[in-house]
Design a binder for this molecule. Structure first.
Ligand code: HPA
Length: 260
């Protein structure tokens, strides 16, 4: 199994052909996921928030999830994530291939390398989202005549609450474009294990204070319901461009530590 999809909010009911439910045991607990096919491509499919959207962002087993995918042999991960827009460049309904992040999480294990026997790794995240995978998604989008936006700074908050307007103003001043609750440490952990990883950020709402209305999770879900079919098509189309070989620098993520 070379490829995986991590489905965020609203991308939880993707239908795989030849679907099998499995559980992978990891040092961080058991991880339930599905395997199957999208088109002709074998994929692992992991619902980030669990089945029935029962796991909030701060309680997701990020380490278990990424470890489980690697255990299956996965080398490349496509991910989706719902985001609010901080910047007028990005509108509700946009799909954005983010290329940088700002991390404002507070209380999440951020690494596989906890010292001692596991060693210490200061992983490079100069280019956190795989440039090759992002190209594959762009090719997938072009094939179906879909416009995706290239580049954007993803701000990750701890959640599960939405932000205050003052926080959103601060993130904007700092250069953030989009805000979500689940992108970090997922992207970092993938890099630590030498996996390619790219996120399709799905803009579900204007962030707090930009929108005049109070934010609700049902607003996020309503936009996702609108975007769901398009995202499924984009994933299917992207799968046709995926290559097993890793020809990018993502592979070297953990070589400095020389472990795992
Ligand atoms: N803030 C944080 N996370 C989100 C948002 C938001 O506005 N929309 C979707 N996920």
């Amino acid at each position: 199994m070379d490829f995986a999809l991590i489905g965020g909010t609203g991308v939880e009911n993707l239908s795989l052909a030849d679907k099998t439910e499995i559980t992978v045991d990891t040092p961080y607990g058991s991880v339930p996921l599905q395997t199957g096919k999208i088109g002709n491509v074998e994929m692992a499919f992991l619902r980030r928030h669990g089945s029935g959207h029962t796991v909030p962002p701060h309680r997701i087993n990020y380490r278990g999830n990424i470890w489980a995918l690697r255990e299956l042999g996965v080398r490349k991960i496509l991910a989706t994530g719902a985001v609010g827009s901080i910047s007028p460049e990005f509108r509700t309904g946009d799909i954005v291939l983010v290329d940088q992040f700002l991390d404002f999480t507070k209380n999440r294990p951020q690494t596989f390398f906890e010292g001692g026997e596991q060693g210490v790794l200061h992983v490079d995240v100069s280019d956190p989202y795989c440039p090759e995978l992002r190209k594959n998604i762009i090719s997938g989008a072009q094939t179906i005549g879909l416009d995706v936006k290239e580049g954007g700074v993803y701000v990750c908050t701890e959640g599960p609450r939405f932000e205050t307007p003052a926080e959103i103003k601060m993130y904007n001043i700092l250069g953030g474009h989009l805000v979500g609750m689940t992108g970090v440490p997922e992207v970092v952990l993938a890099r630590e294990l030498g996996l390619c990883y790219a996120t399709m950020a799905l803009v579900t709402n204007e962030a707090a204070g930009i929108s005049k209305q109070p934010l609700t999770h049902s607003e996020v879900i309503a936009t996702m319901n609108m975007l769901g079919a398009t995202v499924a098509k984009l994933i299917e189309s992207t799968c046709r461009f995926l290559k097993k070989e890793q020809s990018c620098y993502c592979l070297t993520g953990c070589t400095e530590a020389g472990l795992f």
